[in-house]
Ligand binder design. Structure first.
Ligand code: SAM
Ligand code: SF4
Length: 331
C-alpha cells in the first residue's frame, strides 16, 4: 500500500477535518464579536464528499480522524455523519473537538458509535469569566456536558487556551480538577488565529511560562511518557487521578514528529496549521476526479509538507501573517 510520507520521513496518519465554519459561540481569541464572514452553504464540503475524502485517505494510511469546526454539532445531521464514518473499519479512532454547548443529548449515541475522545474546550471554570471569553451564556450547559462526559465511556480531554490577563489566574484551578477526576487538562498557547478580533495581549504566556507558574505551586510533578506525535507535553501531580498537558501550539517545538494534515470545511487541504492551504480538494472532486487521481494528489502534496510551522508561515504569500479565524481552520 502506498502511504503518505513527507520528504522528512514523517508518516501522515491523522486527519483533522473541519465540518463547518459556523459556530454558536464567539470566543474572543478565535473571532471578533460580530463573528466571521461565513461561506455560502454550497461552498462547504458535503458529508458525502467528506466521507469520500476520508475513505481515500484511510486507504493511504490515515487511521485517526478528528472532527472539528467551527462547532461540529452546529452542522445539521452531524451525528448521522459520525455514524457514516464509523462504518470505515480502516479508522482506529474518531475523535471530536467541541465547545460542548450542544452535545449533552448526544452522549449516549457517541458512546454507541465508539467515538474515542472528546476534546472539550473550556477556558474558564467561572461562569462570569466563561461568558466574557465566549460572549455567550452557556457555562452551565458546558459544565453539565463535562460531568456527563466524565461519567461516560468516552475519553475526556479539556482544552483551555491560556489568555494573558483573562484566565491565567485559573491555571491552578484547572489542575485541581484533576485531583479527583481522571481527566486530562491541556493548556494551549494562544495563537493569532482570531479573525483579527483579539486585543493586544499584555504578556506572552508560552509553554515555559505556563510550566513555571505550575512549578511554583506544586513540587511533586512527574513528566509522563507521551506518544511520539503527541501535541502536548504531559505531566501529573503526584497522587492526583488525572493529568495535565501543555500544547506549544505557537512556539512550535513539536513539528518534528508531526503526523497531521488538515482539511477545512471548504475543502482546503493544509499540510500545516500555519500554511495558507495548499490545494482545494472540493473543486478537484467536483471537477470529476477519480479515487486514483485523488490518491495521487494526496501522495504528492504531502511531499510538500514544510519542515515546521515557522517555515510554513514564512512561505505564506506576500509574507501574510496568520490572522484567519481558527473557526475556519479547525484548530
Ligand atoms: N468549536 C470547537 C471548540 O471550540 O472546541 C472546535 C473548533 S475550535 C477552532 C478548536 C480548538 O481551537 C479549540 O480548543 C479552541 O479553543 C482552539 N482555538 C481557537 N482559536 C485559537 C487561538 N487563537 N489560539 C489557540 N487555540 C485556539
Ligand atoms: Fe467557536 Fe470553537 Fe472558535 Fe470558540 S473556539 S468561537 S467555540 S470555533
Amino acid at each position: 500500500m502506498d502511504t503518505l510520507t513527507d520528504k522528512f520521513g514523517r508518516q501522515i496518519t491523522y486527519l483533522r477535518l473541519a465540518v463547518t465554519d459556523r459556530c454558536n459561540l464567539r470566543c474572543q481569541y478565535c473571532m471578533p464579536a460580530h463573528g466571521i464572514d461565513i461561506v455560502d452553504r454550497k461552498e462547504l464540503l458535503t458529508y458525502k464528499e467528506m466521507y469520500r475524502i476520508t475513505r481515500v485517505l484511510s486507504e493511504l494510511g490515515v487511521n485517526k480522524v478528528r472532527l472539528t469546526g467551527g462547532e461540529p454539532f452546529v452542522r445539521k445531521d452531524f451525528v448521522s455523519f459520525l455514524e457514516m464514518l464509523s462504518f470505515n473499519d480502516k479508522l482506529d479512532e474518531i475523535n471530536i473537538t467541541t465547545n460542548g454547548a450542544l452535545i449533552s443529548k448526544h452522549i449516549a449515541k457517541l458512546e454507541e458509535l465508539n467515538i474515542k475522545t472528546i476534546n472539550l474546550s473550556i477556558d474558564s471554570l467561572s461562569k462570569e469569566n466563561f461568558a466574557k471569553i465566549t460572549r455567550r451564556d452557556v457555562f452551565d450547559e458546558v459544565y453539565k456536558t463535562l460531568e456527563l462526559l466524565e461519567e461516560s465511556s468516552l475519553k475526556l480531554k479539556l482544552n483551555a487556551v491560556v489568555q494573558s490577563g483573562v484566565n491565567t489566574d485559573e491555571i491552578i484551578d484547572f489542575i485541581e480538577l484533576t485531583k479527583h477526576k481522571n481527566i486530562e487538562v491541556r493548556f494551549i498557547e494562544e495563537m493569532p488565529f482570531n479573525g483579527v478580533g483579539q486585543r493586544a495581549t499584555e504578556e506572552v504566556w508560552n509553554y515555559a511560562k505556563i510550566l513555571d507558574l505550575i512549578k511554583t505551586h506544586y513540587t511533586e510533578i512527574t513528566p509522563l511518557q507521551s506518544d511520539k506525535s503527541s501535541t502536548s507535553h504531559n505531566f501529573k501531580i503526584d497522587g492526583y487521578q488525572g493529568s495535565f498537558g501543555i500544547i506549544p501550539a505557537f512556539t512550535r517545538t513539536i513539528c518534528g514528529n508531526c503526523n497531521r494534515i488538515r482539511i477545512t470545511a471548504t475543502g482546503l487541504f493544509k499540510n500545516c496549521l500555519f500554511d495558507e492551504g495548499v490545494f482545494n480538494i472540493r473543486d478537484f472532486i467536483r471537477n470529476g476526479a477519480t479515487d486514483d487521481e485523488l490518491k495521487k494528489l494526496f501522495l504528492s502534496i504531502v511531499k510538500e509538507k514544510p519542515e515546521n510551522g515557522f517555515i510554513a508561515e514564512a512561505n505564506r504569500k506576500n509574507n501574510k501573517k496568520v490572522s484567519e479565524s481558527m473557526s475556519t481552520i479547525g484548530g
